[in-house]
Design a protein around this ligand. Structure first.
Ligand code: AVJ
Length: 309
């Protein structure tokens, strides 16, 4: 059975039903996420872009001139331009965007090929990292970009494990620029994931729509409701899809029927929020040292520049 079908079947058989957040991004889901980044309530992407614009010059002065710039989950490369522009004032830049979406990679290449030599990698993050670092030029340091607080989608122990795996693909002196959304007032965080326009609700419910389309299921989307919760203990926003009624849904593509009680939820995403000092601990226990940190004032968000030890 295909990976998606298998993951859906396993996730919906758990006591707390769940669907993995990576499946939020089909073509419609990616378009809805792009719309989210323009919402007044969702300040995260703008903060990320502001910081990169304002500090790209400093960043370029701090890192050794990289033989390769690797970006994990490049998306369309909108935020990356100022960094590449600052780096190329010294040397021409070879840029390796890694993404699972060929659409995103194509757009990224179109957007950035005027300032860098773009080598798109359509792979998972760590496979892409391995492929690029395997034939790295000797002594040419690497700069890895992991922006947009995508790290927040990992459970904390998995984030550390991921960063360690990343570190083992690197050599001492290589750099990592990590963007992470910080803990802020609860109401602001909740509004960012439950906007009054309903775009985030559409983004979330589209996951059930995708199951209907790709796995021939019969979820009645109107009988489900988007939910955003702040989990204080885990310091994360959780997105859920709650059933408005008692109902069943059949998913032909994975041969299961699923029952829902009124109010029961499917957990679809976690966005962990960080404390500034937490970044130091994360770096420390994954084999990096923090070289610099920049925090946005309007929307607490941090860019943390690390060096591999
Ligand atoms: C792209 C994973 C950083 O967690 O804030 C936006 C995705 N989910 N609104 C995030 C998202 C709901 C976003 N990341």
């Amino acid at each position: 059975m295909a990976e998606f079908a298998q993951s859906v079947r396993a996730g919906l058989s758990k006591p707390q039903k769940e669907l993995h957040s990576r499946y939020l991004y089909d073509e419609l889901g990616s378009a809805l996420f792009e719309a989210i980044t323009h919402l007044p309530e969702y300040g995260l992407t703008r903060a990320d872009e502001r910081l990169l614009r304002e500090h790209a010059g400093e960043l370029a002065d701090l890192v050794p001139s990289p033989g390769a710039v690797i970006e994990l989950g490049s998306g369309m490369g909108r935020k990356t331009r100022p960094i590449l522009a600052a780096l190329r004032r010294r040397d021409p830049v070879r840029y390796f965007p890694i993404d699972v979406s060929s659409e995103a990679l194509a757009r990224c290449e179109r957007e950035l090929s005027d300032i860098a030599q773009v080598h798109p990698q359509q792979q998972s993050y760590l496979d892409g990292m391995a492929a690029v670092t395997e034939d790295r030029c000797r002594d040419q340091p690497v700069l890895v970009l992991f922006l947009g607080s995508t790290i927040g989608n990992f459970e904390r122990p998995c984030a550390i494990e991921f960063l360690r795996d990343l570190r083992s693909a690197l050599q001492p002196g290589d750099s990592l620029l990590l963007g992470a959304d910080l803990v802020k007032e609860r109401a602001r965080m909740l509004a960012a994931y439950d906007d009054p326009t309903g775009v985030t609700a559409a983004f979330n419910l589209n996951l059930l729509g995708r199951v209907n389309r790709e796995l021939d299921a019969d979820f009645e989307l109107r009988n489900f409701q988007h939910q955003a919760r702040w989990n204080e203990r885990e310091r994360r926003i959780e997105m859920h899809i709650a059933s408005r009624v008692n109902q069943t849904a059949s998913i032909s593509g994975c041969g299961v029927t699923v029952q829902f009680q009124t109010g029961e939820t499917i957990w679809t995403e976690s966005s962990h929020k960080f404390l500034p000092e937490e970044m130091l601990v994360l770096a420390e226990c994954s084999g990096f040292s923090v070289q610099a940190q920049w925090v946005d004032r309007q929307w607490p968000f941090v860019e943390s520049l690390w060096t591999a030890r």
